[in-house]
Design a protein around this ligand. Structure first.
Ligand code: HEM
Length: 387
């Protein structure tokens, strides 16, 4: 039931704080209200981020052996780091993603997106269906990230496969055979990352120069390669899919009465690619009147918090610029708030500006399919065609 929480974001009757048992019998506290989700995110002392990257299906010995064979480790670095090293590691990553550096990517990205939109338009005009995920959105964020932080010299397809394998291995309900296959895939790429962490330039070099151990450099790169591109490509597909069914919003974009930035924010509020995020209670606490014993895993339902009627007047409707629209928690909040928010917003803004007109008069041949996953939407093919 936890795994389809995103599908239930509008309907369903959930209390503000509810206990839920996952597929392996672990009890989590699910937090649904915006104010309470915010309260947890803003207090990393009571609710630590240490469990952010824990596998929701415990890894069996066979998968752990495979990972150990690749010297795989995920020490506290960024999202899972409640310790003293967090501010410095975060600072180094934030420098690489400085707003000025991010803004400088806009002309290049706009050129690339325009080129792709022209090709897609030509295909649609010729009566050929196009896949807006595979042929448009999937690799854009990785290509931008590669320009901002030097990345291992691996083919785009290898990085994408590794990132999706990692999201499945750590956040999906899985059987043992699948865990072994994913562990082999994640482990293989981890070896590539270890080599790059030892000798690579850019971000890896800066982390090394600050005295961080090889395990920490690999861990930071690992997280960035997943968080820094897979999330955004998922969001681009989710947003394009949503906009296909929002002709009034597209018309507003066309006549200038709707701002692109407002569309992006409303998209993040209603279609966040990260549906939930986790914390763990470090001490006995209370939340919205519910006792939270130390050690309890807390699942913050970010998608539901974005649809909290206390925050926006029309929670389920895509109304760019409505009051409260920007108060979503799609990027988290507090000390661990997403460092890539500016970059994700830029990428989405360019895509909305350039690609929204492509959606006029198309029919959806195949909407994206979403696998079971506690945290990530992971859309696959999104195919459109002219009627
Ligand atoms: C739409 C796209 C994205 C979404 C929805 C998203 C969402 C999130 C969320 C929910 C968190 C956890 C925040 C918390 O614990 O309070 C996070 C953390 C993080 N994100 Fe993003 N993210 C996106 C794109 C990116 C991009 C493009 C990058 C970098 C290139 C990035 C890098 C990070 C990093 C490094 C952290 C850890 C920050 C820390 O612990 O200090 N993210 N993100």
């Amino acid at each position: 039931m936890l795994f389809r929480g995103w599908g239930d974001a509008l309907g369903g009757r959930w209390p503000d704080v509810a206990t839920a048992v996952d597929h392996v019998g672990v009890v989590h506290l699910v937090v649904t209200r915006h104010a309470l989700v915010r309260q947890v995110l803003a207090d990393p002392v009571t609710f630590r981020p240490d469990n952010a990257l824990d596998a929701v299906t415990p890894l069996p010995v066979a998968a752990l052996r495979l990972l150990a064979g690749h010297r795989f480790r995920l020490p506290p670095t960024l999202a899972n780091n409640g310790g003293a090293s967090h501010p410095q590691i975060r600072g180094i990553v934030a420098d690489a993603l400085h707003p000025t550096r991010v803004a400088a990517q806009r002309p290049w990205l706009t050129g690339l997106v325009r080129e792709r939109v022209a090709k897609l338009r030509a295909a649609l005009d010729a009566g050929v269906p196009v896949d807006l995920h595979a042929d448009f959105a999937a690799d854009l964020p990785l290509l931008v990230l590669a320009r901002l932080v030097e990345l291992p010299d691996a083919p785009v397809s290898a990085v994408k496969e590794f990132a999706r394998a990692a999201l499945e291995l750590f956040w999906a309900p899985l059987d043992e055979a699948r865990q072994r296959a994913l562990a082999a895939e994640v482990g293989r790429f981890h070896t590539v990352l270890r080599g790059f962490a030892a000798t690579g330039g850019g971000l890896a070099a800066r982390l090394r120069a600050a005295g961080h151990s090889p395990d920490v450099v690999v861990g930071a790169l690992f997280f960035l390669l997943v968080a820094g591109q897979e999330t955004t490509s998922q969001f681009l597909t989710l947003l394009l899919h949503r906009l296909t069914g929002e002709p009034t919003v597209r018309a507003g974009l066309h006549d200038g009465s709707v701002a692109v930035a407002d569309v992006v924010e409303e998209g993040l509020r209603l279609e966040p690619p990260i549906v939930t995020w986790r914390r763990v209670a470090a001490v006995d606490a209370t939340l919205g009147g519910t006792a939270v014993p130390a050690g309890t895993g807390v699942v913050l339902w970010l998608a539901r918090a974005g649809r909290d009627p206390d925050v926006v007047p029309a929670p389920g409707e895509f109304r760019p610029g409505q009051r409260g629209s920007r108060r979503h928690l799609a990027f988290g909040a507090g000390a661990h708030r997403c460092v890539g928010a500016q970059l994700a917003r830029l990428e989405a803004a360019v895509v909305v500006s350039e690609a929204a007109p492509l959606l006029d008069g198309v029919r959806v041949v195949r909407p994206p399919w979403y696998p079971d996953n506690l945290t990530f939407r992971m859309p696959d093919a999104f195919v459109i065609a002219r009627p």
